[in-house]
Design a protein around this ligand. Structure first.
Ligand code: 5CA
Length: 158
């Protein structure tokens, strides 16, 4: 088996620590976007787990929204849930708050716990695919695993 890059290895470790034997894979193709990831693994875009970081405007808190690749997050919905407006999270903020760069942000294994919301649309699939630390690394999981690994509130994010 190929050696994983350090960021992908971090995610693999986080998964193992939670008691799962799921393998992180690194692909030659880009998995930077949901569309690219779906092409690379051969699934529907809706089966791709996007891990999106938002930043609250007043208190500059990071919020993790775990969304189906097919959905656009309705920021008003998230704002209502967190009780303050959302501002923009730039690349630097994402790295600081998660320990990962945009395009590879995984749904778990961040450097700190993040207030998390999970798109209910992800739960309808038999299997889904998430980023694993780099724009070439992914892992396959079930919605049940996602719920166990991410412990967020399940919401309609559209
Ligand atoms: N690896 C894939 C899924 S397996 C992935 O990470 N997709 S993603 O959608 O979760 O991550 C890309 C997201 O990063 C984009 O949807 C967008 O919300 C965000 N993003 C991309 N460029 C920027 C940028 N310059 N500043 C802030 N956020 C960005």
């Amino acid at each position: 088996m190929q050696k994983l890059s350090p960021s992908a290895q971090k995610v693999q470790e986080a998964i193992r620590q939670r008691g799962y034997s799921v393998e992180v894979i690194e692909l030659p193709q880009s998995t930077r976007t949901a569309v690219e990831a779906a092409q690379a693994v051969g699934c529907e875009v809706a089966q791709i787990v996007k891990s999106l970081i938002f930043k609250t405007k007043r208190t500059a808190r990071p919020i993790l929204v775990i969304a189906s690749g097919a959905n656009r997050v309705n920021e008003r919905t998230i704002e209502a849930l967190v009780g303050e407006p959302l501002g923009k999270a730039d690349a630097e903020f994402v790295r600081q708050q998660t320990g990962f760069a945009i395009g590879g942000v995984p749904p778990l294994g961040h450097i700190q716990p993040l207030l998390t919301f999970i798109d209910e649309d992800l739960l309808q699939h038999e299997e889904i695919w998430a980023a694993a630390g780099t724009p070439h690394a992914v892992f396959r999981l079930t919605p049940q695993m996602l719920l166990e690994l991410c412990s967020g509130q399940v919401v309609k994010i559209r």
